[in-house]
Design a binder for this molecule. Sequence first.
Ligand code: NAD
Length: 499
Amino acid sequence: MPVSLIAKRDALGVSPGKLFIDGQWYAWDAQRIEQVHPASNEVMTHFADAGHGGVELAVKAARKAFDEGPWPRMAAQDRRRLLRPIMDGILAAEEELAALQSLDNGIPLSFSRQSRVSPRAAADIFDHFLGWIDKINGETYPQFSGTSNLHYLSFREPVGVVAAILPWNGPIMSFAMKVAPALACGCTVVVKPSEFAGIAVHRLAEIIAQSDLPPGVFNLVTGGAEAGAALSSHPAVDKVTFTGSPEVGEKILQASGANMKRLSLELGGKSAGLVFPDCRDVAGAARSLMGLCSTFLSGQVCTTPSRAVVHRSILDEFIHHAGEQLKQVRFGDPFDPATTSAPIISKRQVARILDLIRSGQQEGAQLLAGGSCPGGDLANGNWINPALLVNVRNDMRIAQEEIFGPVLCVIPFDTEEEAVRIANDSAFGLAGALYTSDISRAFRVARAVRTGSLGVNGFASVPNAPFGGVKRSGVGREGGWAAIEAFTELKTVNFNLDA
Ligand code: NAD
């Protein structure tokens, strides 16, 4: 039977989305957008399309709450007391939120409940940033000159009105990684989820609406590119924190120039997994790299290691185990515990991925498995059988462009220098992994690869360590103290004790 999400949608009681501005819900009926489910292409709900008008209202409210309200000036303990119920609310709604995320983007429920994009992980992110609130401190400086009686200290102050623009692939986690540190620092926020995944974020906004945050501190606008562009060009917004594609990241960079907005841009990647001949578990590395490209969000994750750079002496073994891993893949209803992999977010993205696979074949790569769309009961969804491409050269399009889909490209190498050169021969620099049992090699290669993060014998990001990209993968860092710096400005104050 073809996959249908209608019964699940109705059981979860999903209703049409509204805007949340200045402590009020707005139906905004004049302009609506549809959200469809990628596993079935059925309409899940409608959202308000905020456009310029909705953004204007929300930014005005956030500006007023920042300039005139108590939030930025509140004592640390009081701010933490107001934020803690939001974390508790996320935990209380954990199961519902996980289900809503699967209704958003088709992520299998098992991953939505338990992985690093889960509601529990989001609550942990809030917990982490709540802990910073009374530690956001400036510095004092030693007297510089003996000829004056000037004494200096610095304060770390909230950056102001923050526009948080989210992607569709991990909406709950992206929300937490932006909203939690922004609020912890005393900023006011306007959040815009992706037009492809607004349901779980709308529920998170309902949780915040039930808290005692002062009006205007948190605002939700929904919509697509128009609302996003209106936010990133708005003169009353002080900072944009964005996760999404490099193409939109470039537009935001340009739009935000007029008033010199502060920017955090978490963009795309083309991460490499380097597998050295001294790797202790070639089968494990192959399963892990192919697994990340074929299960979970089906490679639609910014850190996906879509290039497996493998030493020639272990190439056959690696390819064999990568092929074996593909046998684990099961498509279907995201609420079925047997389903391992998410559908592709849109038909447009399916066409783009298939085109990239074809370009790889035309340039001489060999397609060992997948690369086709399943028919039958799955024909109404956006599925691609995960592709394993071998004999890939790093100058091929498929090795240079972000695929954001279920494709692993295997690129052979002979020397460590060549492996590092291949990893670095990319416009991107987000993440990566290297597999070796030689600690000296691990240290050397980890330092030589130009990325924001790198995993030795496995990769994962955590909320208390910096995460972000170099080159076309973005600007700035999220996580830990780096995020606190990104949502604050330093103000230096001097006292003239001779006056
Ligand atoms: P996208 O860039 O298409 O959309 C992201 C958001 O930007 C959406 O909310 C969208 O409505 C909005 N937007 C669209 N046009 C805009 C404009 N002109 N101005 C302002 N906002 C605009 O990205 P996506 O398809 O949602 O997500 C996939 C991309 O996100 C991939 O490239 C992926 O690598 C990247 N990503 C990066 C990270 C990271 O942490 N580095 C994490 C997840 C996803």
